[in-house]
Design a protein around this ligand. Structure first.
Ligand SMILES: CC(C)(COP(=O)(O)OP(=O)(O)OC[C@H]1O[C@@H](n2cnc3c(N)ncnc32)[C@H](O)[C@@H]1OP(=O)(O)O)[C@@H](O)C(=O)NCCC(=O)NCCS
Length: 140
């Protein structure tokens, strides 16, 4: 069963992200989860087996494109179609809001994710991503 997360799912979902190697020192996953739920155009979807969170995906719309983040399937539940089902649910969430295109970023070297997205028929984009954190002296 895949459904929108609520605040009470935070600990289980963040634990899943950690177990799947998706967290990084420069990101605060608890804050990321809370902000996605607090923002009208984003959410976190959770797949549950009973009360266990076995998969999740963050999805949002920036006014132009739909974005996917933190796609995670518990290591012992992989290769049974759950990642594909989470992607389908995230894309349905976007399509229901009239979003014309979905895209996502994959960290260099994540061969599993590259194989997965290619198997799902997503196309590599000829794009380099630039970024910076906001709120510091570095903004110019
Ligand atoms: C990527 C991930 C979500 C895939 O979840 P999953 O439930 O195993 O995926 P599915 O079972 O739906 O796989 C669908 C298809 O993707 C492809 N695929 C999945 N894992 C793959 C792998 N390790 N290598 C190559 N292809 C793979 C296969 O074609 C698979 O179909 P098949 O099992 O019938 O051969 C999961 O491996 C994961 O959580 N990885 C760690 C977190 C991560 O890297 N997330 C993506 C961040 S960008």
């Amino acid at each position: 069963m895949i459904a929108e997360a609520s605040a009470s799912d935070a600990a289980a979902v963040v634990a899943l992200w950690r177990a799947c190697g998706l967290t990084r020192p420069w990101n605060d996953p608890d804050a990321d989860f809370a902000l996605a739920l607090a923002t009208a155009t984003s959410t976190v979807l959770v797949a549950r087996d009973g009360t266990d969170a076995i998969g999740s995906v963050m999805v949002g719309f920036d006014g132009h494109r739909g974005w996917i983040y933190y796609l995670a399937v518990a290591p012992e539940r992989r290769r049974s179609g759950l990642g594909r089902a989470l992607m389908a649910a995230a894309q349905a969430w976007l399509a229901a809001r009239g979003v014309p295109k979905v895209q996502l970023m994959v960290r260099e070297g994540n061969a599993t994710a590259l194989g997965f997205y290619e198997a799902l028929g997503l196309e590599r984009q000829p794009i380099v991503v630039f970024g910076r954190f906001l709120g510091g002296d570095e903004v110019r």
